[in-house]
Design a protein around this ligand. Structure first.
Ligand code: MN
Length: 293
């Protein structure tokens, strides 16, 4: 199932079930789930109760809207956590090392503040304080159950589904300003996700998906998720050694090679960044000047 949060005109955000004819495009419809008793527009709560809600969500026949005529919102706008792993593809670790970032010998985790979350077609703001705005296509894992100390063997049982994410990064606000990544990864609008939540049962093998990112139609990243250094199960095991994960928590699993930093080919106002992962859909974001620029 594909679950979206969407708006018709300037109306309230609604929850919908997406039915698409062509996975490459927005050629499809979203079915309004307002008729489902007790359902609100918080995907986090839907995920928490999904075992009970699943059948009625699948069977509900509400008002149908062409996808092209609605505004898609972030599938999850209120997670408790948005965690991301750095340098998790070998070729990307090599390009990062060439740019002066040492390759870690263990899983390297950082937070994107949840306030950076953006809609799948929302504008990315280029801050006035930097000209080093960069993109990172990533497979995002969404947690489906409250969990702690999850073994690698059990890791898939705590996953609700998957999304496309762009881990937008302000390179000169990363390591150069502070040993943590928090600021450079957390500018407002720098967390586009979506275009919807694809539930785990629809993804046969999340470790074998093609992921591509193009800027103004030029492909910059084109890789497969089978090339992660630490796979999804290792990531969930590591995180839950430390902390309790909650339904709706988002994990960005790393970006492959092809970011702008090594060549200085950073994003500019007016650029259009399109990220796609096989079977999960497309997110596309235009770069605009931040309002204070
Ligand atoms: Mn990243």
């Amino acid at each position: 199932m594909k679950l979206a949060r969407f708006r018709v005109g300037h109306g309230q955000v609604r929850l919908g079930r997406v039915e698409i004819a062509d996975p490459q495009t927005l050629n499809g419809v979203v079915v309004d789930l307002s008729a489902v008793p007790g359902l609100d527009a918080s995907m986090k709560r839907v995920i928490a109760d999904f075992a009970e809600l699943r059948d009625v969500i699948a069977a509900t026949d509400g008002e149908r809207f062409p996808l092209a005529e609605v505004t898609l919102e972030a599938p999850i706008d209120d997670p408790q956590k948005y965690l991301a792993i750095g340098m998790n593809y070998k070729e990307h670790a090599d390009e990062a090392r060439a740019a002066g970032i040492p390759t870690p010998t263990n899983q390297l985790w950082f937070n994107k503040q949840v306030s950076c979350i953006n809609a799948p077609y929302g504008d990315i703001e280029k801050p006035a304080v930097s000209d080093a705005l960069d993109y990172e296509i990533e497979l995002a894992v969404v947690i489906g159950a409250r969990c702690r100390n999850v073994s690698r063997e059990d890791a898939y049982s705590v996953i609700a589904g998957y999304m496309v994410a762009n881990d937008v990064s302000v390179r000169d606000w990363l390591q150069k300003r502070s040993p943590t990544f928090t600021l450079g990864k957390s500018f407002d609008t720098h967390g586009p996700i979506g275009p919807w939540l694809t539930t785990a049962d629809e993804v046969a093998d999340p470790q074998d998906l093609r992921m591509t990112l193009a800027v103004n139609g030029e492909v910059r990243q084109d890789w497969r998720t089978d090339d992660m250094i630490y796979d999804i199960t290792a990531q969930i095991a590591e995180l839950t050694t430390v902390m309790t994960l909650e339904p709706g928590d988002i994990i960005a699993t790393g970006t492959p090679a092809g970011i702008g930093a090594p060549t200085g080919n950073f994003l500019k106002v007016g650029d259009v960044v399109r990220g796609e992962i096989e079977g999960l859909g497309v997110i596309e974001n235009r770069v605009v000047a931040a309002p204070d620029a």
